[in-house]
Design a protein around this ligand. Structure first.
Ligand code: S3P
Length: 187
């Protein structure tokens, strides 16, 4: 069996970008739980938050995580709050390994404060985004460290971060298939 590579970390840390790079390198599909939530709800995430509130979003996120975790050999990107839930972590672990992306608050803020980014993120909408990012990072850091099988410095280029993740994944039995191990070794 080959396991899902599950990418998690704060908003703006680059999970979606890295997921695409890893998926290309491994020949795996990418699955994004935020996209799955939007599909299930038939609405964008900001609309779910504004019409029904965060609890409704978290319920849909749980459904999306459960669905995604039924399959293996995917690259999975989950929203920044998904691993706060024990059930989500259990489901994701049953078929995958959890890879945390880490970056300093200043880098997250520089990526998220532009209106085009923060407007898609309801948790940043009603307050000073930089202060909110700092607060959420502080609150979540211990949980992220607790559930991570591997943590990677996400300040490098996506290709370099992918190298780090793949080197780690190749060292853990059962994460990559023999074909994937061959593919990552020949780069
Ligand atoms: C959230 C992060 C978002 C999205 C939702 C809540 C969070 O995903 O799931 O807005 O709680 O950190 P990204 O981390 O992909 O931005």
């Amino acid at each position: 069996m080959t396991k899902n590579l599950v990418l998690f970390g704060m908003m703006g840390v680059g999970k979606s970008t890295l997921a695409v790079v890893l998926a290309e390198r491994l020949g795996r599909p990418v699955v994004d739980t935020d996209a799955e939530v939007e599909r299930l709800a038939g609405r964008p995430i900001p609309t779910i938050f504004s019409e029904e509130g965060e609890p409704a979003f978290r319920l849909l996120e749980r459904l999306a995580v459960t669905k995604v975790a039924r399959h293996t050999q995917q690259v999975v990107s989950v929203g920044g709050g998904a691993v706060a839930d024990d059930g989500n972590v259990i489901a994701l672990r049953s078929s995958g390994v959890l890879v945390e992306l880490r970056a300093p608050i200043e880098i997250l803020a520089a990526r998220l404060v532009p209106e085009s980014e923060s407007s898609n993120r309801p948790l940043l909408a009603d307050s000073d985004p930089t202060a909110r990012i700092a607060e959420l990072t502080r609150i979540r850091a211990p949980r992220y460290a607790e559930v991570a099988d591997f943590s990677v410095d996400a300040t490098a280029t996506p290709a370099e971060i992918a190298d780090d993740v793949l080197a780690w994944a190749a060292s853990v039995p059962g994460v990559l298939s023999a074909a994937e191990l061959g593919r990552t070794a020949t780069r």
